[in-house]
Design a protein around this ligand. Structure first.
Ligand code: FAD
Length: 277
């Protein structure tokens, strides 16, 4: 099957892109196209106007502003190759090799992943674990939404239809870190996974609920205590009170079991520096 007819526009500035969104009845933004193109070909997405973000330089790049600023159109492969990400965001370095496969990482973007909000995707959980902020721009200007308030449900976010995700702000620090993902094959979407920043601590799961979710009760058990003490870790796992949800492959109860497994493995050897993935 192929996509129904649509108008294609390729703006060169954020401002122009926002104006073009206003021209459509059912506009959609094209980033890496790794999720959107299959959805259009299957006719699960039917934009009347497709606004391609690939020629907007303002949306690209990674810089250090005290926190790390990542343009929405930055591709996974660019994140993996970035010295700034390597130095300041080791959790990204651990998680990104688990996102799909090299060909998809060469096209897929951080903004696309954030806007799509797939419950099994790695990036939303990383943003929760690191206390990141999503920067949006729309006709009435810019607003900043903490990742904690951004992911609302399956493919549902706090983004309004006329807003573009323009950047992600990620604080430095937060370690030591832990990351673990269970998948059928390397590169498949996760069956369950967790990203942990131990200093606060912040624990964020993916693939176990309808969205990436923090685990506040388990965080409270770990706070100020030694995660390497088996009683503390068992207590944190027992306290996992997430809105677990089953999927095509497994039940909510099994997801609960997986969550305990991935948290235990992520905390087996937390690290502060880059880990080889
Ligand atoms: P697109 O497909 O272009 O867009 C996705 C959606 O986001 C669309 O609705 C689009 O309108 C919207 N959008 C895009 N950018 C913006 C923006 N800046 N502002 C507002 N809205 C925007 N992902 C994982 O996380 N983990 C995996 O393991 C994984 N495995 C995959 C395996 C396969 C075989 C495939 C095909 C994909 C897989 N993906 C996986 C998805 C991949 O990471 C996608 O690249 C990602 O989900 C979407 O990013 P994109 O840049 O391709 O966005």
């Amino acid at each position: 099957m192929k996509a129904p007819d649509f108008a294609y526009r390729r703006p060169t500035s954020i401002r122009e892109a926002i104006a073009l969104i206003g021209e459509g009845e059912d506009p959609m933004l094209l980033a890496g196209g790794q999720s959107l193109m299959p959805m259009m070909n299957l006719r699960m997405a039917r934009p009347d106007i497709l606004v391609d973000l690939n020629r907007i330089p303002e949306l690209r790049g990674i810089r250090d502003d005290g926190h790390i600023v990542i343009g929405a159109m930055t591709r996974y492969s660019e994140l993996l190759a970035s010295p700034l990400v390597r130095e300041h965001l080791p959790l990204f370095m651990a998680a990104l090799p688990h996102v799909a496969h090299p060909a998809i990482r060469n096209r897929g973007t951080i903004g696309g992943s954030v806007a799509l909000a797939d419950p099994a995707a790695e990036i939303p959980a990383l943003l929760l674990a690191l206390g990141a902020t999503v920067v949006l721009q729309g006709p009435s200007g810019e607003r900043r939404v903490p990742a904690d308030d951004f992911f609302l449900g399956i493919y549902e976010t706090a983004r309004e239809a006329d807003e573009i995700v323009v950047a992600i702000h990620v604080p430095k620090g937060g370690g030591p870190f832990g990351f673990y993902e269970l998948a059928r094959r390397h590169g498949d979407y996760a069956m369950a996974g967790v990203a942990v920043a131990l200093s606060e601590p912040r624990i964020a799961f993916f693939g176990v609920a309808d969205r990436a979710v923090r685990a506040p009760a388990a965080e409270a058990v770990l706070r100020g205590r030694n995660h390497a003490d088996p009683r503390v870790l068992d207590g944190a796992i027992a306290a996992l009170d997430l809105p677990f949800g089953g999927d095509l492959h497994t039940s909510a109860e099994t997801k609960r079991h997986y969550a305990g497994v991935v948290l235990r493995r992520a905390l087996a050897e937390p690290w502060s520096e880059l880990v080889a993935a």
